[in-house]
Design a protein around this ligand. Sequence first.
Ligand code: ATP
Ligand code: MG
Length: 251
Amino acid sequence: MKIALSGKGGTGKTTISAGFATYFSGKGKRVVVIDADPDTNLQITLGIKGEITPLSEMKSLIYERTGVDPENPSPVFKLNPKVDDIPEKFFLKSGNILFGIMGAVKGAGLGCYCPENAFLQALLRHLVLATDDVLILDMEAGIEHFGRGTIAGIDWLIIVTEPGQKSVDTTFKIHKLAKNSGIKNIGIIENMIKDEKEKIFLDNNLNEFKILGIIPYYNKIRESEIKGNLFWENEPAFLKDIEKITDKMEE
Ligand SMILES: Nc1ncnc2c1ncn2[C@@H]1O[C@H](COP(=O)(O)OP(=O)(O)OP(=O)(O)O)[C@@H](O)[C@H]1O
Ligand SMILES: [Mg+2]
């Protein structure tokens, strides 16, 4: 299962990414989790200890793999660098979870034609198309991380939506982009639902899309932010919600 999560800022992408990672690793699967949001906090959310350098900042590795001379960088580099050993060697390990941070590519972002981008694209391609690991990608509000060939290998793009017009508008934008990109399945998670009125608002506004499930607003998840403990231990119902959602994805 390869899952990418997108949605407006603050809707719960990172929380739900951590939920998927915890759920699948709890089932004994090897899970690769990638933080692809430059404003990173997935590591803290997952409670994984250790220092990790964002991949885009591993210049000497990137230069070595793409065949660039650091003394004399040339515009010619390998578009297919070796990356299959990267998760094992350079990601943080916590139980069945391997955790990596993409980092920002300076300049034109991931659209740029540069060794950093070629390296990250190759790594994503490898994780999506050449491994059996579960892949969880915590992204920003967009899908520009993917190269054309890679995106078709993603099983699910999940757009996390909260009750509110702005989040709904962003959901429509992302859905449109994703639909034109060749992603196999696009689904919505309605998150932070406080009451029936909020659920009805989202159901009405999103009725043309596939709704994978709803997750209530849990006070205990908020409490965990303050206490600094793992929120799914504080609120076990959350992982039940995730389980229901994965059942729906496997239907
Ligand atoms: N179901 C929920 N119930 C209560 N609080 C939640 C729920 N889901 C997420 N939150 C809280 O909402 C806040 C935003 O969540 P999160 O960081 O996961 O969103 P995000 O979409 O990743 O945000 P960003 O765009 O900043 O990366 C966090 O404080 C998180 O604890
Ligand atoms: Mg986030």
